[in-house]
Design a protein around this ligand. Structure first.
Ligand code: EPZ
Length: 419
């Protein structure tokens, strides 16, 4: 078992380069199944969820060649198996994208119900509603989902909730469908635009991604043969921006799209941080104890739930009392119990948490309960006085590329230790 051992108390300073977006990568990899041929994917984050996806694609017949640590070539010509390896698909959430892409390709697919971070109930009713509207027959039985169709026909689908996963999944299923599909009340996250751009590069006809109405004109085939570079990860960029705030540091974050980070930048300025933007670079500097602030998580372009634990660390150390209202997931405050072990004063009740800022945190052994909670605990450990040990770091490795290497380059005293 591995853990991260951090000796805290160092303000983070220097430059960090952001990797490709995890949540775009785990949708673009299955999207390659809609191509009958090859494509090259660049700026692919080297993280465990990507490696798992590559394993699944290889098990169903794709040929993957790693060109560099962050670039692969995928040949899907020989994919014919419609049953995904259930033991692997069970392990992570994004395996649900195999349903949309395999339905599109073969009109037949079986996967297990997806796992992933434990953030409370994670229904997929909107995905199923979309597939059924396109003409598929979907059966959920004994933890597995089977979806089959004679043919898929474009239609209008109104999403009852704004869902990233359902928007992408229905988009995947409708690219090769007959006629036009309209997704109304669609999610607008940058990774939705990225998946649409990838598919359009390969020959799809998708318009309106990034707005709440996406129109997909079905095409007969996707050509492949092209290269596509994945968008920078706005959650990783936000994680480093907030780590500058928590440690009173000065970090220049390179390879990010500043527009994607507007909600985070606004909160950092409200908390007294200094933000300078220059092209694809953001510098965040914090010279004093952060001001208190109230946060409500919302779908994009609102404040992202995936940065809620990280900003929770900053609020734990802020001057005054702050509130976070979590409107996406029902159990995303598990990290607060770990921060309390480090001296934070937080009360979490249902979907709200109240932070009475303290002047400093002290190191302690803590457990990463999910991916973003893990990132938050690393930031807390770097900001705290003394030694912090972060356990269950497999959650963090699922979604952050070389996280301790990047923090170490910024001056953090952090080591991965094998127990
Ligand atoms: C994606 O999850 C991300 N995962 C999550 O990132 C992120 O927290 C979430 O979007 C919200 O931004 C991936 O992209 C792989 P949703 P997803 O469908 O697609 C409800 C991380 O840390 N809902 O947008 O599963 C649902 O319960 C992870 O990187 C339904 O009711 O989230 C939630 O309240 C964790 N029915 C809300 O919608 C459905 O059919 C948003 O969920 C689908 C969702």
């Amino acid at each position: 078992m591995e853990k991260l051992v951090i000796t805290g108390g160092t303000p983070l300073k220097g430059e960090v380069t952001i990797s490709g977006a995890k949540n775009a990568a785990v949708a673009i990899l299955p999207a390659t199944l809609l191509i009958n041929g090859t494509c090259t994917i660049e700026n692919l984050p080297n993280i465990n969820d990507v490696k798992l996806y590559c394993e699944i694609l290889e098990k169903i017949g794709a040929k993957i060649t790693w060109i560099t640590r962050n670039e692969i070539k995928i040949d899907t010509t020989n994919v014919c198996c419609t049953k995904a390896p259930l033991d692997i698909t069970r392990k992570f959430r994004a395996s649900y994208y195999l349903i949309g892409s395999m339905l599109g390709r073969c009109k037949d697919v079986q996967v297990s119900l997806p796992g992933g971070c434990n953030l409370g109930a994670r229904p997929i009713d909107q995905h199923i509603k979309g597939f059924e509207a396109l003409g598929a027959n979907v059966v959920v039985n004994q933890g597995n989902i089977t979806a089959t169709a004679k043919k898929l026909t474009g239609t209008s689908i109104y999403m009852d909730v704004v869902s990233v996963g359902a928007t992408i999944n229905v988009m995947l299923a409708s690219v090769l469908a007959e006629g036009t599909t309209i997704i109304d009340n669609a999610a607008k996250e940058p990774h939705i635009v990225d998946v649409a751009n990838f598919l359009n590069t390969m020959g799809a006809d998708i318009r309106g991604a990034g707005t709440d109405m996406i129109k997909i004109n079905g095409v007969k085939e996707l050509r492949g043969g092209a290269s596509y570079s994945i968008v920078p990860d706005q959650i990783e960029a936000g994680t480093f921006m907030l780590s500058a705030m928590a440690t009173k540091g000065d970090i220049t974050i390179k390879n990010c799209i500043t527009k994607h980070l507007e909600s985070v930048t606004a909160k950092i300025i409200e908390m007294g941080g200094l933000v300078e933007e220059d092209g694809d670079t953001i510098r965040v500097k914090c010279t004093k104890r952060p001001n208190r602030a109230n946060i409500k998580t919302l779908p994009y372009p609102g404040f992202p739930t995936d940065l809620q634990p990280q900003i929770g660390v900053v609020l734990s150390l802020a001057d005054g009392t702050s509130t976070i209202n979590e409107s996406i997931w029902e159990s995303r405050f598990q990290y607060t119990q770990e921060l309390v072990k480090m001296g934070a004063k937080i009360t979490a009740q249902g979907k709200s948490a109240f932070f009475e800022g303290v002047k400093s945190l002290s190191g302690a052994p803590v457990c990463s309960t999910d991916l973003r909670a893990g990132a938050a605990l690393i930031i807390a450990g770097i900001a705290a006085n003394g030694k912090t040990e972060v356990y269950n770091i497999e959650h963090i490795d699922r979604g952050y590329e070389d996280i301790e290497g990047k923090f170490r380059k910024l001056g953090a005293k952090i080591e991965r230790v094998n127990e």
